[in-house]
Ligand binder design. Structure first.
Ligand SMILES: Cc1cc2nc3c(=O)[nH]c(=O)nc-3n(C[C@H](O)[C@H](O)[C@H](O)COP(=O)(O)OP(=O)(O)OC[C@H]3O[C@@H](n4cnc5c(N)ncnc54)[C@H](O)[C@@H]3O)c2cc1C
Length: 520
């Protein structure tokens, strides 16, 4: 069963070695473990549902609690400290498009707010039911999870939008295909969620972001059905898929999605390189991002992240043999192609580019170990919380020319927000010819009151968001807008842009039924 107040399955833990506790204390401050609120304690205070009974609705309190929040730090604080106080009035688990349409009709009749719920992995407050007089209906997509069609001639696959990463890839694997979209939340996040939040998978360098993979689909909106055809290309006016991409549940419910798939690559190798400095690692990344090598992933950790990564990795004696450069930075790479020869040739070319800039390629297992555990890193948030630390992450995308300045502005804002107690580190993980994404993690000791932790989080989050705006980065490269990034969207879109988006979403949802307080 999934944890109700943390990440992932309750049967999976991600322990850290005994040496991790002193390392974390020296970097992030003395931990302050807390006793979590009990599920029963919260369930008791859930008010009765305001929606009329319907065979598709579950009003069972625990189900309502389990669909009341996502995975942002703010969500965790409410669940762990027990202050969560808005809940959907009912949760529906439709299995067909007709049932989805029935639910939209029901919402219209009852003037209810509708929150589509994919995997529940949002980290920006997308799923929080607003307080107020209107009832809230959360529509879980969990049972809309089937492969509907695979066209092997066109390399297109159509799925019901609630399919989660592992089921999607397993269905394609049966036919020798792959989508290749692997966000760290892969275990639970869904195809529909990826599209409406414009997500990016770890191997975006090879497979593209979700907008490159999204070929078409069906949106069921309060105003009617929008079918987006799968033309390979079109110059017939603005592309309506672009309104659905990033719509965060506000345009309607995406019921089916067609994606571009590729034949399963025959060879793939994950590898690691250590650099003496950040500058050398970034220069190499820039050169590789512009190269023709068969790279599907590249990730560069700064020196502070490298310390944490290697410190939490375990007591493997091989780690002791690594050079002890004081500013060492770890780069991870994946080479993906149909022939072993291409993978090996490009790996050697990558090594050559790295060596020219002072990099030291590490033996095989380093990269492969990372691949094995790549979705397990998310479980570390549970471990760190249990040890007594809050963890949050934020991300942006910057031009190469603004990367250094942007990184220092964002990290300085976080250190300032932490007020001397906490740790901040970053990596680059998605690359484009003109720039890359910057992903920053900060952790700090918990406090005995939720208020104290929340205040620290607020200072950090607003300071870092303002720094992103100053650095002319995007307020989100991959997590979306939700509640947490909403105040900063104006800097990116401008008032006319926001008005155009509002008007367009209003066409799909004239009565503001769909997730009304998010995004805009
Ligand atoms: C540990 C962790 C790691 C993460 N790693 C990544 C990462 O590597 N890359 C990345 O891009 N993101 C990442 N995320 C963020 C998150 O996983 C993505 O935003 C993901 O796309 C959300 O998908 P979901 O199915 O869980 O959607 P949900 O969280 O359930 O919903 C998100 C929003 O989409 C709407 N929605 C969901 N399904 C539909 C639908 N069918 N129709 C209409 N609206 C819908 C919801 O109403 C909500 O507004 C991570 C999150 C966590 C907690």
């Amino acid at each position: 069963m999934k944890r109700w107040n943390g990440w992932g399955y309750s049967t999976i833990d991600m322990p850290v070695p005994p040496t991790a506790a002193p390392l974390l204390a020296s970097l992030a401050g003395t931990p302050c473990p807390q006793r979590d609120a009990a599920l029963e304690q919260i369930v008791e205070k859930i008010p009765p549902s305001r929606l009329s009974p319907d065979p598709l609705l579950s009003t069972e309190p625990e189900t309502r609690l389990r669909h009341s929040r996502g995975q942002s730090l703010s969500d965790w604080l409410e669940l762990r400290y027990g202050s969560v106080n808005t809940f959907p009035d009912a949760v529906a688990f439709p299995e067909t498009s007709e049932q989805l349409e029935h639910l939209l009709g029901l919402a219209k009749r009852e003037n209810a707010i509708v929150i589509p719920y994919g995997g529940g992995t949002s980290v920006v407050g997308h799923l929080t039911p607003p307080s107020g007089d209107r009832p809230v209906l959360t529509v879980s997509m969990a049972r809309l999870n089937r492969l509907l069609d695979l066209n092997q001639q066109d390399h297109l696959a159509t799925f019901q939008a609630g399919v989660a990463g592992p089921d999607l890839e397993a269905s394609l694997r049966n036919f020798g295909y792959v989508l290749g979209h692997y966000p760290q939340s892969f275990e639970f996040s869904t195809l529909g969620g990826w599209v409406v939040t414009r997500s990016s998978g770890q191997q975006s360098l090879g497979y593209g972001r979700i907008e490159d993979l999204f070929a078409g689909g069906t949106l069921l909106s309060p105003a009617g059905k929008l079918v987006m055809p799968n033309h390979p290309a079109s110059s017939a006016g603005p592309d309506l898929r672009q309104i659905v991409l990033g719509s965060e549940g506000k345009a309607g419910i995406l019921s089916q999605v067609t994606v571009r798939v590729t034949p399963q690559p025959a060879h793939e190798k994950f590898a690691a390189i250590l650099f003496p400095s950040w500058q050398q690692a970034v220069e190499t990344a820039q050169a590789l991002a512009r190269s023709e090598l068969c790279l599907s992933m590249m990730r560069v950790s700064d020196a502070r992240e490298t310390v944490v990564q290697l410190g939490l990795a375990g007591t493997n004696p091989a780690l002791k043999l690594l050079p002890t450069w004081p500013e060492r930075c770890l780069m991870l790479l994946a080479f993906t192609a149909n022939s072993r020869l291409t993978v090996e040739r490009d790996r050697l070319r990558g090594w050559h580019a790295a060596r020219q800039r002072g990099g030291l390629p590490l033996p095989g297992p380093f990269g492969e170990k990372w691949r094995e555990k790549r979705f397990r890193g998310a479980y570390l948030r549970n471990t760190l919380w249990d040890l007594g630390y809050a963890v949050d992450t934020l991300e942006t995308c910057l031009l190469w020319s603004r990367l250094d300045q942007g990184k220092s502005l964002i990290e300085n804002a976080l250190f300032e927000g932490l007020n001397g107690e906490g740790h901040v580190f970053s990596h680059l993980s998605h690359f484009y010819p003109s720039g890359c994404s910057l992903y920053t993690t900060y952790l700090f000791p918990l406090s005995d009151t939720e208020h104290a932790v929340r205040e620290k989080w607020r200072r950090c989050k607003s300071g870092a968001s303002e720094a992103i705006v100053r650095a002319q980065g995007t307020i989100s490269h991959q997590h979306g807008v939700g509640l947490d990034h909403k105040p900063y969207l104006q800097y990116e879109k401008g008032q006319l842009g926001l008005d155009a988006l509002s008007a367009s979403l209003h066409t799909f949802d004239p009565n503001s039924l769909m997730n009304p307080d998010k995004l805009l």
